[in-house]
Design a protein around this ligand. Structure first.
Ligand SMILES: Nc1ncnc2c1ncn2[C@@H]1O[C@H](COP(=O)(O)OP(=O)(O)OP(=O)(O)O)[C@@H](O)[C@H]1O
Ligand SMILES: [Mg+2]
Length: 507
């Protein structure tokens, strides 16, 4: 690793404006070789923007950058990568129709143009062995769980020889165990002399895994410290400002558990390529006014389960009933009409249309609602008013009239999807990772909203890799392992250790 100077990256007075609005202001940021440097801040603080500037996706409005002591101003992500700076985006950029091996080796000049599939897989395995990360190389990326996609993305960058690796909220999509494995891999990369930037909201992760931390608040750098010299409390105060409130002791709305809303009987999914069924005889019930939390290590069938319930994937056998009616062969639209709401795991590819303005996105699922139409025409003022109300209620920040929602920060996009789904008042909400990527305050706000919906009688099926969240807000916990439901218990009767054992396939 060429280490001409101690500093891998230095930014000097970086500012960024979007449409005249300042998003980063005069940010000085230093990354040393061999360190893991956490970048911390609330939703919308400017973390992704700063990283995207380093990775050549955006150009700063003002300011300079240095890489290994030399001036650095990449004009594209490709140029940044050539210079040795690679970023794993908050939302991945893999080609879904290609295999893991193809994605990892893509664009590597050493790989011959013609190579057999097994040759490619062998090459990919070498790369994985070298870096201590593992995914089945012959799988198609479209079939991977989000956690696996991320590893593929990291491997792709490492295979291109990056010296500076930027990860934008990598653990938001991982289970605690996967996160630990990732940190071990990152430590290894740092020990080899690379510089690693880790964007996160999770204070505990900063303490556990980073050497230094930079805190951004509203686009300004408010601190740069060695992690050993801080506490999580200090960091929280720096992130949020002085108005940090102690836990507001959220009170559960009293709720009654009522009729069966969703029932799955022996639901299986077998795809030709798979050696074992992706779903194997799953039985599951969600009642009105109940939160059922699905726990499991990512890749054990949770995603397939969410997809058969919402209609993105068809069952091989078994039945799915919604309010008593067999919906197994209904379309997604049909299920929505019957009262199902859906917060997808992959919010950018499935949840939203990024080129559309915010009002259109909020409207996506309510196009047929009468109040918004006069004959064939949309009532724009009613729509605007309604969108405004949702934006206030869910505290969605960064919305500007006429701009596509692709400009929102990751956390605000997530709130927008939740707002849209709940505004339709579904009887059953299927929520995949609804708090992933949200900062502490926003995650709590979403959990409070979910609990309030439960209080109003909505049935919620919650998929979450955050075990504490599952145990914290669910009434019933369901554990998946290798496509099967291996345990189903009232949340009050289980603890983290027990659920962890089930997740690992132990009894
Ligand atoms: N392309 C863009 N055009 C206009 N505004 C943008 C653009 N990209 C980001 N912004 C705005 O800049 C601000 C900072 O966004 P950024 O994505 O950097 O936040 P973040 O710290 O990564 O937040 P999160 O934790 O939610 O991902 C937000 O208000 C966002 O709406
Ligand atoms: Mg971000």
């Amino acid at each position: 690793m060429p280490q001409d100077t101690e500093l891998a990256v230095r930014t000097i007075g970086i500012s960024k404006e979007f449409f005249g609005q300042s998003v980063l202001e005069d940010v000085d940021f230093d990354l040393r070789w061999g360190e893991i440097h956490a970048l911390l801040g609330e939703n919308g603080a400017g973390k992704s923007t700063l990283c995207s500037i380093l990775a050549g996706l955006y150009h700063p409005t003002r300011g300079e950058m240095m890489l290994a002591g030399a001036p650095y101003s990449p004009h594209s992500p490709h140029a940044a990568l050539e210079a040795g700076v690679g970023m794993v985006y908050q939302h991945f950029r893999l080609v879904e129709q290609m295999t893991v091996a193809e994605n990892i080796l893509l664009g590597n000049p050493d790989v011959p143009v013609r190579m057999t599939a097994s040759g490619l897989a062998g090459r990919a395995r070498e790369v994985m062995d070298r870096h201590g990360l593992w995914i089945e190389p012959t799988k198609y990326v479209g079939d991977l769980a989000v956690g696996e996609k991320q590893q593929a993305e990291i491997l792709r960058l490492l295979n291109r020889g990056v010296k500076v690796l930027i990860l934008d909220e990598p653990t938001a999509v991982l289970t605690p165990r996967e996160a630990e494995a990732l940190f071990a891999a990152l430590r290894n990369l740092a020990d080899q002399g690379r510089g690693v930037i880790l964007v996160t909201h999770k204070l505990r992760e900063v303490q556990q895994s980073a050497d230094t931390v930079t805190v951004l608040r509203s686009g300004k750098k408010v601190a740069h410290q060695r992690v050993d010299d801080t506490t999580t409390h200090d960091l929280a105060r720096l992130m949020i400002g002085d108005d940090l409130e102690p836990g507001s002791g959220s009170v559960d709305a009293s709720h009654t558990t009522g009729d069966k809303l969703l029932e799955l009987h022996s639901v299986s999914v077998v795809s030709d390529a798979a050696t074992r069924p992706e779903l194997d005889g799953v039985n599951l019930t969600v009642r009105a006014g109940q939160i059922v939390g699905v726990a499991g290590v990512s890749g054990n069938g949770q995603r397939e389960l969410a997809e058969v319930i919402t209609g993105l994937r068809t069952t091989t056998s078994g039945t799915i009933r919604l309010r008593g009616e067999d919906i197994s062969s209904q379309t997604i639209g049909g299920r929505i009409k019957k009262g199902m709401g859906f917060v997808p795991e992959d919010r950018l590819t499935r949840g939203l249309v990024l080129g559309l303005e915010i009002e259109d996105n909020v409207l996506l699922r309510s196009q047929r609602d009468r109040g918004f139409r006069i004959g064939p025409f949309l009532r724009l003022s009613a729509i605007n008013q309604w969108a405004r109300r949702l934006i206030d209620r869910f505290d969605i920040r960064g919305v500007r009239k006429g701009l596509p929602i692709s400009v929102l920060s990751g956390g605000n996009l997530q709130r927008l999807i939740l707002a849209r789904e709940l505004s339709r008042q579904p009887a059953l909400l299927v929520a995949s990772e609804p708090t992933r990527g949200l900062d502490v305050g926003a995650a709590e706000a979403v959990q409070t909203i979910l609990k309030a919906e439960r209080g109003r009688g909505v049935g919620i099926l919650l998929f979450s890799g955050d075990l504490e969240e599952v145990l914290g807000i669910s009434d019933e916990v369901v554990v998946m392992y290798e496509g099967r439901v291996v345990a189903s218990r009232p949340a009050s009767e289980v603890d983290v250790a027990q659920v962890g054992r089930w997740m690992a396939g132990l009894t």
